[in-house]
Design a protein around this ligand. Structure first.
Ligand SMILES: Nc1ncnc2c1ncn2[C@@H]1O[C@H](COP(=O)(O)OP(=O)(O)OP(=O)(O)O)[C@@H](O)[C@H]1O
Ligand SMILES: [Mg+2]
Length: 350
């Protein structure tokens, strides 16, 4: 099977390594437009970490999280990299619990697990994880906790919002106990917006943007697959630096297809997806009018990125539909991808 190599993202890698080299003090929120390569970057960096880091990773994307129990279960499906005799291998926390050769040597018994699940109290589960991390530290290693797609727990309630309990837990792990590095990734710009304005997180976290590749990275990536200057120009014109789209184009080229016509094909699809919003408006499924949406699109007729003063309902709606990406740290708004920008301009031409 053909495999596309990870393209090094020097700047972001450096930033994350620097964080990992220092004492844990702040929660790191990794954010960026959809499919910009956040998960890929995190996985790549963690797979290359030396053995004195123990990474606990959960991706909530594939989890069904309607209740507290489901969240705790997903915590126990958290993968942990343990150094094996020859190479690193991944174990879930649950496997670790039941394995005889417990790397960190924590005795976990039935009573303890009952306690964790008791009374729907996240604190019990969190105190277990703290204990686990302390044991890891006692062996001279540094725990790193990574939660991908955290917005998925946004609606889970446990005597209040689970998300608040979690934020407190993260603050405890970083600023208070300096016990573990905590990275939270999300592709949901509305969730980021609410995190950014959350008073309890003020001064307790940092934000790390993982955006699409810039031109240099895009050109360097495509060059590895024999793209000519013309093909690179077409790829950049249609897909910008969106890694997932570039990978698609590379695959198309390797299959002997024409980069230009493939690019046009994807734009056609994206335009028709954009038009489906207007179908929904005609069907009365959306509270905004066609004029409202067109007005929003019009602001990107000439511009690629805009500064906003106030975030409006219409902008939030379009961010929720993954048409726009909002960066609350810079107060900027832009289409989620170059393809989205071109597609909305196509819509305006109709
Ligand atoms: N640095 C990279 N080198 C090569 N390919 C990459 C790179 N980053 C991302 N990709 C490609 O883009 C795809 C999407 O990346 P990824 O899933 O990491 O994005 P994401 O930002 O986490 O997306 P989401 O917004 O859905 O969480 C990957 O499956 C991979 O094919
Ligand atoms: Mg991701």
């Amino acid at each position: 099977m053909r495999s596309i190599e990870f393209h090094d993202r020097e700047k972001e890698t450096k930033e994350i390594r620097a964080i990992l080299d220092s004492r844990p003090t702040l929660i790191t929120f990794v954010y960026g437009p959809i499919n910009s390569g956040k998960t890929e970057l995190i996985n790549h960096i963690t797979s290359e970490l030396p053995d004195d880091y123990v990474v606990f990773y959960i991706n909530l994307r594939t989890k069904f999280l309607a209740s507290y129990d489901e969240f705790i279960e997903s915590l126990f499906e958290m993968e942990m990299e343990t150094a094996g005799a020859l190479k690193k291998r991944k174990e879930t926390l649950a496997e670790l619990v039941s394995s005889v050769t417990k790397v960190v040597g924590i005795p976990i018994n039935k009573e303890f697990l009952d306690y964790v699940f008791k009374d729907n109290r996240p604190k019990n589960a969190f105190s277990y994880i703290i204990k686990l991390f302390e044991e890891v530290r006692a062996t001279g290693k540094q725990p790193v906790l990574i939660l991908d797609e955290l917005q998925k727990i946004g609606d889970v309630k446990v005597n209040g919002s689970l998300i608040y309990e979690l934020f407190n837990f993260f603050i405890d792990l970083t600023k208070e106990k300096h016990l573990a590095h905590v990275f939270v990734a999300t592709s949901d710009s509305l969730f980021m917006e609410s995190v950014y304005s959350e008073a309890m997180l003020e001064g307790r976290c940092r934000y790390l943007l993982v955006d699409d590749f810039d031109y240099e990275d895009t050109a360097a990536f495509l060059e590895k697959y024999g793209f000519t200057a013309d093909e690179t120009a077409v790829a950049w014109e249609y897909c910008g630096g969106k890694p997932i789209s570039l990978v698609e184009l590379v695959n198309a080229k390797l299959d002997g297809k024409d980069v230009g016509s493939e690019s046009k094909k994807v734009l056609k699809i994206r335009t028709s997806q954009m038009l489906s919003i207007f179908d929904e408006i005609s069907l009365g499924k959306i509270k905004y009018s066609e004029k409202d949406i067109i007005r929003e699109f019009k602001s990107f007729e000439q511009e690629e990125i805009l500064q906003y003063d106030r975030i409006t309902g219409k902008k939030i709606f379009l961010a929720g539909r993954n048409v726009f990406f909002i960066d609350p740290t810079q107060r900027t708004i832009k289409p989620q991808s170059r393809l989205n920008l071109l597609a909305l301009r196509e819509v305006l031409r109709r």
